[in-house]
Design a protein around this ligand. Sequence first.
Ligand SMILES: NC(=O)c1ccc[n+]([C@@H]2O[C@H](COP(=O)([O-])OP(=O)(O)OC[C@H]3O[C@@H](n4cnc5c(N)ncnc54)[C@H](OP(=O)(O)O)[C@@H]3O)[C@@H](O)[C@H]2O)c1
Length: 180
Amino acid sequence: MPCRTARPVGRAAIDVGKALGARVIAAASTDEKLAACRALGANECIRYSDEDLKTRARELSDGGVDVVFDPVGDAFAEPALRATGVGGRYLVIGFAGGAIPKIPLNQVLLRNRNIVGVDWGAWMLRHGTEQRALLEELLTWASEGRLHPSEPARYPLEDAQRAIDDLLHRRINGKAALIP
Ligand SMILES: NC(=O)c1ccc[n+]([C@@H]2O[C@H](COP(=O)([O-])OP(=O)(O)OC[C@H]3O[C@@H](n4cnc5c(N)ncnc54)[C@H](OP(=O)(O)O)[C@@H]3O)[C@@H](O)[C@H]2O)c1
């Protein structure tokens, strides 16, 4: 299960993936972010700024991964989809990279792959009961130490500009919180 990036959504994916017993392959742009992924329990890491994502993910998964969790999109989306094996699932989470990728559909036909849109906000509005049950389960896991939500980077409210700047320049490994 490759989880792209070491920041909030990617971190949560690694944490939940490990709690579910998955073998997790994390991908990020720097050694520092990959070290954070390993600290969270990622079994393998790919530095996608200079390693070929598809080739390396296939090597590490013996021919193809089961699930891709992709919050970045852009130019890495297609190689990530191509890294999936037979019946693999590619989860569309977000487009932090900026560009919304266009995917050649033959890559979905090949290997009977699946592309799954995951819009948690919209799902939550339609599935209130399931959402509450899911949150309770996650909170229980966190209280049992099975999940490890990270502390946000704290900034005084008057430093909001610096916080936004650090987010934009990818200097934070987690969420940013403004403290009034
Ligand atoms: N589907 C849902 O329900 C759902 C829920 C929450 C969030 N999201 C979406 O998921 C995405 C990620 O959220 P996040 O909070 O984890 O975001 P984030 O912290 O801003 O970005 C995550 C990572 O994206 C990578 N990245 C690649 N290209 C980038 C670029 N051009 N600019 C900035 N970052 C870039 C960076 O990792 P590297 O440096 O390692 O490349 C960064 O650490 C967002 O698009 C968000 O809207 C979706």
